[in-house]
Design a protein around this ligand. Structure first.
Ligand SMILES: O=C(O)CCC(=O)C(=O)O
Length: 289
């Protein structure tokens, strides 16, 4: 059996809170990325909306072209300098036609842009008295799932936050594109975080017998949006192997092909699927920019 992960790899999830000062947000990201690289991480993940406050009112002001804007240039430069695969969280993107998206850019250690994922499922929820958010009041949803090919390691699927609630993207990435992990920069909140953050990571892992990486902002109670934090790594059997609390920190984990292989050998759902019974599980996934 060939594992989707070609060799062991140390990953780092950088958890920090973005404030109003964009340059300070990038500086903080840089400090943490360089530290994670010095600790031996080869794949480094940033949180959702890491260059801007997480607020629909902030997105138009902080939005940039992708990949040519200042944050895209920053991610490229720092990926090269730190020699890591950099899953650049997400930022508000202003497209050429003026539309705004919540967008991830992923770079190789050579500075190649490997993937652009626009959040497909916008975060529009209303739990009266607890949590109301309407991303679709300013953002447009993306139109594809996304897989990045990490030379020497294998493929990862990328989703952004609310995307984790929709198993189809992860399923298509795992089944059709043999990903070893789904990576979700995300900013859950104090209502839905305790309810579902861990559960959803475990669900996506167990569905597909892959790793799931969830990278959050740190909590800032003086900000308008209170992030849950708790960046974590979940293994292919649904065990959380590394998790932090709500504070600024870096979460490390070693991903191991043997763990994927033994999960799949013991509980072989990946080969037992019955597509003759359920024919309609399809998703459009892009594997290059
Ligand atoms: O799904 C949730 O509960 C939270 C999602 C979210 O915060 C987001 O998509 O930014």
């Amino acid at each position: 059996m060939t594992s989707p992960l070609l060799q062991k790899v140390k990953v780092a999830l950088v958890q920090f809170a973005a404030g109003a000062d964009k340059a300070a947000n990038l500086k903080k990201a840089e400090t943490h990325i360089l530290k994670a690289a010095a600790e031996g991480a080869k794949i480094v993940v940033l949180p959702e909306c890491f260059n801007s406050p997480y607020a629909v009112t902030a997105f138009p002001e902080y939005a940039e072209p992708v990949p040519g804007g200042a944050t895209g240039e920053f991610l490229k430069k720092i990926a090269i300098e730190s020699k890591v695969f950099l899953v650049g969280g997400s930022i508000p993107e202003r497209a050429a036609d003026g539309k705004l998206y919540n967008t991830n850019m992923t770079f190789s250690p050579k500075g190649e842009l490997l993937a652009v994922h626009r959040k497909v499922h916008l975060f529009d929820i209303d739990i009266p008295g607890k949590m109301t958010f309407h991303e679709s009041s300013v953002l447009t949803g993306g139109d594809h799932g996304t897989v990045a090919q990490l030379d020497g390691f294998g493929n990862i699927g990328i989703g952004i936050c609310y995307d984790v609630r929709f198993p189809e993207l992860a399923m298509a990435a795992a089944r059709k594109h043999n990903v070893f992990a789904m990576v979700y920069p995300g900013a859950f909140n104090l209502t839905t975080g305790p309810m579902h953050w861990n559960l959803l990571a475990q669900a996506r892992s167990v569905d597909n017998e892959i790793y799931t990486l969830m990278c959050a902002p740190a909590r800032d109670m003086s900000a308008g949006y209170h992030a849950y934090g708790h960046s974590l790594v979940c293994d292919p059997l649904g065990k959380i192997v590394s998790e932090t609390d709500e504070k600024e920190s870096i979460v490390y984990a070693e991903l191991d092909p043997e763990v994927i292989d033994s999960a799949r050998a013991g509980i072989p759902v990946t080969t037992q699927r019955r597509f003759d019974v359920y024919k309609d599980v399809e998703a459009y996934v892009k594997t290059s920019v």
